[in-house]
Design a protein around this ligand. Structure first.
Ligand code: RIB
Length: 339
């Protein structure tokens, strides 16, 4: 394998010094003759030299890199989120480094520390395993900007992009009640993050606003995944629920399978509503009714906000809340429709 081309190779080929090459390649070469500048650029192109990130940082060229920490890149929700981020960073010649940490606190700490050591310019944090203490230790103490969104909740210390999760839960229940359901279950994850608890609050408020008492026997906790939805079916079958609001689409899709394996039909036996509006909703049978979250915008907005903060470190705290909406498809049935 060939050795990596270095700045020394370019200097040698252009018959000049490393400092001259460095200044010219970093846009600070106005003091040199046109001939020298052309010689350096020609040598760079001919050799295929790519300036080293760290060397460039030393001469002050803005090589912005941001760290993005998500809990589950396997969930299409986070793929759309990352797409939103990349569409903005690409426009600004910024490199996002993306990490999936699940619920693993030590992994989240590891990336926060390592990226901070590598002088990353800022972070977008969306995972529940990012603890306040480690953010205080690494980011707040070092004045490193970050935006908290989705499953990351950090009290009073960061910029944030929120989604109106309480409204999402409420919308789901209003719709099921309009369809004539009274025994409405909710499937929640065992790890209840702030945004998901807001969704749950919306579920409770929706019941009460519609004159239905909250019944904790209709709340089912499970692993936050398709598998979690699948295995919770057995318990739901033992309840008298006629409709189920799932904390996200992934869980709803798992539940579809669990109910199907027990010979149940959706929506004839159970009405189901998901949350997120991932593209899968339109490809499962029946198509899944859900609450739409503007996840792509969560990505673009978080990135815009972070760049704004990087450029204006002294600016006041930024907080932005995105709206949600109900998307009616085929997974619910009116109780009045009969068989
Ligand atoms: O599907 C991923 C889920 O986890 C979404 O509902 C999102 O809001 C997150 O918290």
């Amino acid at each position: 394998m060939k050795n990596r081309i270095t700045i020394k190779d370019v200097a040698q080929a252009a018959d000049t010094s490393v400092t001259t090459v460095s200044l010219i390649l970093n846009g600070k070469g106005q003091r040199f003759s046109k001939e020298t500048r052309e010689k350096v650029l020609y040598a760079q192109q001919k050799l295929g030299y790519i300036p080293n990130y760290f060397a460039q940082s030393l001469v002050g060229k803005p090589n912005t890199t941001i760290g993005v920490i998500v809990p589950d890149i396997g969930n299409p929700f986070f793929s759309s989120f990352v797409k939103g981020i990349e569409d903005i960073t690409f426009q600004h010649d910024i490199v996002p480094l993306i990490f999936d940490v699940g619920e693993d606190v030590s992994r989240a700490n590891y990336y926060l520390q390592r990226l901070t050591q590598r002088t990353v310019d800022g972070f977008i944090l969306a995972a529940p395993s990012i603890a306040q203490e480690i953010v205080d230790q690494t980011l707040n103490k070092n004045g490193i900007p970050y935006v908290a969104t989705d499953q990351t909740y950090l009290a009073n210390s960061s910029d944030e992009v929120l989604v109106d999760d309480e409204k999402g839960g409420h919308l789901a229940i209003d719709y099921l009640v309009r369809e004539g359901h009274v025994r409405i279950a909710m499937v929640m994850p065992t790890l209840e993050t702030n945004n998901l608890l807001k969704r749950f609050e919306g579920y409770q408020n929706g019941l009460v606003a519609n004159g239905i008492s909250f019944d904790e026997r209709l709340v089912f906790n499970t692993e936050f995944s398709r598998y979690g939805g699948y295995v919770i079916a057995d318990q739901i079958l033992k309840s008298d629920a006629t409709a189920i609001f799932c904390v996200n689409d992934d869980v709803a899709i798992g539940l579809y399978r669990g109910l199907k394996d027990s010979g149940k039909k959706i929506p004839d036996d159970y009405s189901i509503i998901g949350y997120d509006d991932i593209d899968w909703c339109q490809f499962v049978e029946p198509q899944l009714t859900t609450i739409h979250q503007p996840v792509y915008e969560m990505g673009t907005k978080s990135t815009d906000m972070l760049l704004n903060r990087i450029n204006n470190p002294k600016m006041a705290h930024q907080s932005y809340t995105l709206d949600v909406s109900l998307v009616v498809r085929d997974s619910t049935k009116s109780m009045e429709q009969g068989e």
